[in-house]
Design a binder for this molecule. Structure first.
Ligand code: UD1
Ligand code: UDP
Length: 376
């Protein structure tokens, strides 16, 4: 089988790694297209090296643009690549602009589209991520869900296993695959705790990068004030996304007391997660990784897609209010949490995805391939 994988942003490199490995092991040909959305060495290249992802076959260098321009240029360039390769299937991941552009480009050419991490919903259509994932799901032939919640979200939207070829399947979470594979390796190789001179269990780990937090100055100020207050009690380590870094550098907000560092590699990050006391974040990936490592998580957003963690009482969604964040942190110390439920599969999502890709042949597929020939 000939597969085109489209990635562009940090979490997509991590999500693609286990699937890419499974594809190679099963003898399939994968062409990797990097849209260029994330481009700093520590936001892109480092993940290819650490996770042993083959170098991208195409780098489209589309970055630093407004959403419409970014998505449009990616769409145009991805279409050219797909016409050249004519793959059996296009794989997109998650909910970024690269996901949306890849999904649109594939379906405009009547190619089979598979969406990994399908079915997640925040039910907040103001979020660019929600817009991207809803469209990607609507267009996809194969919808690889990470959880039962995701399957049920799709069902409510009328997307299910259907005679028209849509296949919705809970394969588990590819980020769980990645973490299981790399957790011990991180212990052996990453030396970040020594480098930062922090003790295991003696710090809180935080990341903040979502538009809803960075683009409203008062909200970002409030979050930083909360982290500063918590830093009076315990070290707060904040590996900072360049988006947030640029905004903070231009603001008058003091970040005194918070240990701000550049984005770290995946192995360094999972070691930081494994050894911390708690996580305060707006990242989707970190909410789950907190759970995998049995760490309480405070989510600095107004809603989350990973609702099962909230129901299990291990993830507290507090929004951006300073007092709510600080209070949630204080409450954590008195709570006994249960991390025993298996929400995210068995760590074999990558293999399962490849197995389904190989066997899926929806009705009408032959006709669609014929249409694709002209490309116009
Ligand atoms: C994107 C995703 C978001 C995801 C995040 C993961 C969309 C709409 N958003 O947000 O869902 O959670 O990636 O990290 O796709 N920048 C750099 N260097 C880089 C990358 C970004 O300096 O390597 C800066 C640039 O100023 C850029 C800004 O960050 O304009 C925002 O980058 P962009 O890719 O547009 O969105 P993210 O905030 O990274
Ligand atoms: N991550 C990393 N280094 C960092 C911050 C995050 O390796 O400095 C990893 C993290 O462990 C997780 C993924 O990146 O696997 C999450 O990406 P991000 O928070 O950028 O995006 P989101 O998950 O919110 O879409």
């Amino acid at each position: 089988m000939k597969i085109v994988t489209i990635v562009g942003a940090r979490p997509q490199f991590i999500k693609a790694a286990p699937v890419s490995r499974a594809l190679r092991e099963a003898g399939h040909t994968e062409f990797l297209v990097h849209t260029g959305q994330h481009y700093d060495e520590n936001m892109s290249q480092v993940f290819f090296e650490e996770l042993n992802i083959p170098t991208a076959d195409y780098n489209l260098s589309v970055c630093n643009l407004a959403h419409g321009a970014m998505t449009g240029r990616m769409l145009e360039k991805i279409e050219d690549v797909l016409l050249e390769i004519r793959p059996d299937c296009v794989l997109v991941y998650g909910d970024t602009n690269s996901t949306l552009a890849g999904a649109l480009a594939a379906k405009k050419l009547y190619l089979k589209l598979a969406h990994v991490e399908a079915g997640l919903r925040s039910f907040n259509m103001e979020m660019p991520e929600e817009q991207n994932r809803v469209v990607a799901d609507r267009l996809s032939d194969l919808l690889f869900c990470p959880t039962e919640t995701a399957v049920s979200n799709l069902k409510k939207e009328g997307i299910a296993n259907s005679p028209y070829g849509e296949t919705v399947i809970n394969v588990g979470d590819v980020m769980y695959d990645a973490l299981l594979f790399y957790s011990d390796i991180a212990e052996k190789r990453a030396s970040i705790l020594d480098r930062l001179q922090i003790e295991r269990g003696q710090y809180v780990l935080s990341t903040i990068h979502r538009a809803e937090n960075t683009d409203v100055p008062a909200r970002l100020d409030s979050i930083m004030l909360a982290l500063r207050e918590i830093a009076n009690e315990i070290a707060v380590i904040l590996p900072l996304h360049p988006r947030t870094m640029k905004i903070l550098l231009e603001s008058t907000q003091s970040v005194r007391g918070i240990k701000i560092i550049d984005p770290v590699s995946y192995l360094e990050m999972i070691l930081l997660e494994k050894k911390c006391q708690a996580i305060i974040t707006d990242s989707g990936g970190l909410q789950k990784e907190a759970y995998f490592f049995h760490k309480p998580c405070i989510t600095v957003r107004d809603e989350t897609e990973w609702i099962e963690l909230v129901d299990a009482g291990v993830n507290c969604v507090v929004g951006g209010d300073k007092n709510n964040i600080v209070e949630a942190f204080k409450n954590l110390q008195s709570e006994t949490l249960d991390f025993s439920q298996k929400f995210y599969g068995n760590g074999k999502a990558g293999e399962k995805i490849v197995e389904v890709l190989v066997h899926h042949e929806p009705p009408g597929e032959t006709n669609r391939k014929l249409h694709c020939k002209g490309g116009g």
